[in-house]
Design a protein around this ligand. Structure first.
Ligand SMILES: *[C@@H]1O[C@H](CO)[C@@H](O)[C@H](O)[C@H]1NC(C)=O
Ligand SMILES: *[C@@H]1O[C@H](CO)[C@@H](O)[C@H](O)[C@H]1NC(C)=O
Ligand SMILES: *[C@@H]1O[C@H](CO)[C@@H](O)[C@H](O)[C@H]1NC(C)=O
Ligand SMILES: *[C@@H]1O[C@H](CO)[C@@H](O)[C@H](O)[C@H]1NC(C)=O
Length: 333
């Protein structure tokens, strides 16, 4: 055993974790020392609560699904927290910042309370640590939020949806307490939808801002051209059919074509809009009314053409006709 003593000391000298106490002259050496001290647990204090400053949130709406009433967005969240175990004495090591791999140290996990799906990954593989232990880290979050947009006035709609960014929190107050910095947003082209504004809002009065209020609006041009304009034009075309003659059922054929093409637009409407909700778009009722008017106009036209041909509404009521059929029916009996 006595012989092994010097040998054990030699082994200890070679293991990096134990050699961490040696003074470094380069930033990389200091970074290696900090990584090898395994700071993989959350910084803990008596209050059991770690303040995390979300100093910058970059928001971008990527996709809005009008049918499912869901919208997806991409957030880059830059956060800063203080980890005392990653601090160093500046009079010993004269460096302001060092860079550490994010996977080797503890980093906060953010969630979105009202998300249908949420994924989060490091925006960059490294974090920046300053001498007092302040760690700066950025995550990229892809989230899908379900939101009841009021579509009553479709296609002229502007409404806002909450995106509630949260950290892990316990009922006893353990966890992350989030502070919010500034929010930036990129307008972007998301099909028919446009992001109007993104602001920080709080659920209570004492300036506890804890969700993003995202205001989106529809660019009305495309839905107007594909849904509203055709319905108005078809109604006009139906009015214009008064100019066609009854003879040969020309007017009726024309009206049937109009009804059929209108039903095609009805299909486009149900594909683009959500199924029934509390605030059903008023354009649905407009379409219902248009269809009823078209069909009534077709029926009236049919009756009128009948009158025009026989001078009677009911089939076989005129004398010539009824006598003719009666004779034919009696023959076999
Ligand atoms: C959060 O970080 C930003 C940017 O560094 C800073 O301006 C702000 O004062 C910080 N907020 C808190 C509550 O520490
Ligand atoms: C930093 O190192 C200097 C010199 O070794 C020492 O005098 C000072 O007390 C240290 N400061 C802290 C906060 O440990
Ligand atoms: C977590 O709980 C503490 C104590 O109740 C509170 O101060 C803090 O704001 C909460 N943090 C979040 C993100 O809800
Ligand atoms: C969200 O922002 C919009 C526009 O700034 C505002 O009209 C709306 O009231 C806000 N929503 C909430 C819940 O604060």
């Amino acid at each position: 055993m006595q012989l092994l003593g010097p040998f054990l000391i030699l082994v200890a000298w070679e293991v990096p974790g134990i050699r961490a106490e040696t003074t470094c002259v380069t930033q990389r050496c200091l970074a290696n020392n900090l990584v090898s001290s395994y700071v993989i647990t959350m910084p803990q204090s008596q209050s059991c609560n770690l303040p995390v400053n979300l100093s910058m949130i970059d928001y971008q709406t990527t996709y809005v699904d009008t049918k499912l009433m869901q919208f997806s967005s991409l957030l880059t969240v830059t956060m800063i927290w203080r980890d005392p175990n990653l601090a160093w004495n500046k009079s010993e090591y004269d460096f302001d910042v060092i860079v550490l791999p994010a996977s080797q140290i503890w980093t906060p996990q953010l969630t979105v309370k009202n998300a249908v799906t949420a994924t989060s990954e490091p925006a960059y593989p490294d974090v920046m640590v300053s001498s007092d232990g302040d760690v700066e880290y950025a995550v990229l979050m892809a989230i899908t939020v379900s939101c009841n947009i009021n579509l009553f006035t479709y296609p002229f709609v502007t409404d806002s949806c909450p995106v509630a960014i949260n950290g892990w929190n316990d009922t006893r107050g353990c966890g992350l307490s989030l502070e919010y910095g500034t929010v930036q947003w990129i307008g972007g082209n998301n099909g028919d939808w446009e992001t109007k504004s993104v602001t920080l809002q709080g659920t209570d009065n004492h300036d506890n801002r804890n969700y993003l209020n995202v205001t989106v609006s529809i660019r009305p041009f495309s839905p107007f051209v594909t849904l509203v304009m055709p319905s108005i034009l078809i109604m006009l075309a139906d009015l214009a059919s008064a100019a066609l003659p009854f003879e040969g059922g020309e007017r009726n054929t024309y009206k049937v074509t109009l009804v059929l093409s209108f039903i095609m637009f009805l299909n486009a409407l149900t594909q683009g809009l959500p199924d029934d909700g509390p605030c059903s778009p008023v354009i649905r009722y407009h379409y219902c009314l248009c269809l009823v008017v078209l069909v009534v106009s077709l029926l009236v036209s049919l009756v009128l053409s009948r009158l025009d041909a026989d001078g009677s509404i009911l089939p076989c009521k005129s004398l010539r006709c009824s006598e003719g059929t009666r004779n034919e029916k009696k023959k076999p009996g």
